[in-house]
Design a protein around this ligand. Structure first.
Ligand SMILES: *[C@@H]1O[C@H](CO)[C@@H](O)[C@H](O)[C@H]1NC(C)=O
Ligand SMILES: *[C@@H]1O[C@H](CO)[C@@H](O)[C@H](O)[C@H]1NC(C)=O
Length: 243
């Protein structure tokens, strides 16, 4: 019926064309507008409390819609403390209380900063990017601040450091290891003798990866910085790990 009207009425045809263009424009605008700027107060409204609002999360000043992860980010979810704010630091500190929920990365190591940048990549890949938080990382025009550039540079240094460490560690084979509830931990070497070695200081800041077990040959055992496992003989190839 309306097709017939369309064919006979140029005005209707124009209306349809205009509507079509409007629709296209709408999609275009949706996908391509410069993203929205949020203040911290605005972002706080999207904390998952109001079921009618999307759930938003900020990291390094980028804001993502994490509504599809409602079971985690919504009220009562395990990641709810990330909703409605930028708690970048908590991604590596694991401190979800009070001042721990901050976007300040002051004092973190370059590898920790790198890990936060990787979290931001994760959100880009997994969730919808919706805009920027005006504050530490973006100015009121939505331009990256000095602080953000500093963070990116530090993350790049962290990546270099890890790369360097990987090359270093490849030179000295790692120990085999296993752990069981009954017998506890054990390390051993197929060639050489197990020793604990300190990782570079910068990485040690996390407190998690500060030492590793590597296998050294007899001629290397005099090197500085090698630590014998407690209760293990100098020439033992297998050591119990006391925890
Ligand atoms: C969480 O969001 C609700 C509304 O969406 C708001 O009323 C409340 O103040 C927010 N909570 C915080 C801590 O900002
Ligand atoms: C979390 O951070 C706050 C503020 O820096 C601090 O007072 C608190 O002790 C921290 N909690 C843990 C578990 O590290």
């Amino acid at each position: 019926m309306w097709l017939k009207t369309l064919a006979t009425s140029p005005l209707s045809a124009i209306t349809v064309v205009v509507l079509f263009i409007a629709l296209l424009l709408r999609f275009y605008i949706k996908f391509d507008t410069p993203q929205r700027l949020f203040s911290a107060e605005e972002l706080a409204l999207f904390n998952g409390t109001d079921e009618g609002l999307p759930i938003l999360l900020g990291i390094l000043g980028s804001v993502f819609d994490v509504t599809k992860g409602k079971s985690h980010y919504g009220s009562g979810g395990g990641y709810n403390h990330f909703a409605g704010r930028d708690a970048s630091r908590a991604f590596v500190s694991g401190n979800f209380t009070g001042d721990g929920l901050t976007d300040s990365l002051r004092g973190l190591s370059s590898t920790e900063v790198k890990s936060i940048v990787e979290w931001r990549d994760f959100y880009y890949k997994t969730y919808k990017y919706v805009g920027k938080l005006v504050g530490r990382y973006y100015d009121s025009h939505g331009n990256p601040t000095k602080y953000l550039k500093g963070v990116e540079a530090k993350a790049a240094r962290g990546a270099q450091l890890l790369e360097k460490q990987k090359i270093e560690e490849a030179k000295q084979p790692a120990c085999n290891s296993r752990w069981s509830q009954d017998e506890g931990g054990e390390v051993w070497c197929d060639v050489g003798y197990p020793r604990l070695v300190q990782r570079p200081l910068e990485i040690a800041l996390t407190g998690k990866m500060s030492k590793r077990c590597a296998c050294f040959e007899d001629s290397q055992l005099g090197q500085a910085g090698l630590e014998l496992y407690e209760g293990c003989d100098y020439y033992a190839t297998r050591c119990k790990v006391q925890s």
